[in-house]
Design a protein around this ligand. Sequence first.
Ligand code: ATP
Ligand code: MG
Length: 246
Amino acid sequence: MLNIENIGKNFGGVKAVDDLTFRVDKGEIVGLIGPNGSGKSTTINLICGVFPVDLGSISVDDRNISKLPTHERVASGISRTFQNIRLFKELSVWQNVWVALQKDSYQSLGWMQEWFGNSKIQKERIKEILVFSGLGDRFDDLAGNLSFGEQRRLELARAIASKPKLVLLDEPAAGMNSDEVADLRQRILDLRELGLTVLLVEHVMELVMNVVDRIVVLNFGKKIAEGNPQDIQKNIEVQKAYLGGA
Ligand SMILES: Nc1ncnc2c1ncn2[C@@H]1O[C@H](COP(=O)(O)OP(=O)(O)OP(=O)(O)O)[C@@H](O)[C@H]1O
Ligand SMILES: [Mg+2]
């Protein structure tokens, strides 16, 4: 479903992503791992269209999306979470999902605030998403009052609100304790049950090794290994990359 072919991205001479090729099949959960600065978030940004690829192509279901603007990529079924939590802490939980359902959602919060007062639109659907995400009882609470684990769940709820086919998760387990990681693992498996395809960027190996079907390993923007979790764990090149990195 996702086909990445020979993509490259330079930032002022730094090859953040260097001739990278891999694919993610429909219904798969693929892990994208590598030391700090190895190009994982850049790869997600390239898939979402935060910036264009310098080289290569990205296709979803055989449609080349490399040149599309971000909102058209979202419309074509791609969604993501961010490495750093990005919520509207001063809005309620359901309003955060509502905003995610709108186009140009990072603009003009002022008029949205007014809208919330009398709008019942999409509330049923939002309720459904929040119940699925384990936040059914937090509907009216302020996002800023949620626990850390709940804020991460809300991020996931926002990401699936647009009914994507492909979800890109950038370090969703960062800062979580092991109970929260176990909960997240089950939520990722639930996404697959819904028919979604998942690309998971993660440093928390307890999660990666126990949830993905396949792993792609980056180092200095290049793919250095690909395979199932057991093989990757034993891979000497991968061990060296992690020892040599941060
Ligand atoms: N917008 C940008 N402008 C300039 N350089 C960037 C930009 N984004 C990333 N880089 C550089 O590209 C390289 C890859 O960064 P990237 O954020 O993709 O790494 P990462 O694998 O996600 O690392 P981490 O595990 O720390 O999140 C790094 O050298 C980084 O400094
Ligand atoms: Mg990153």
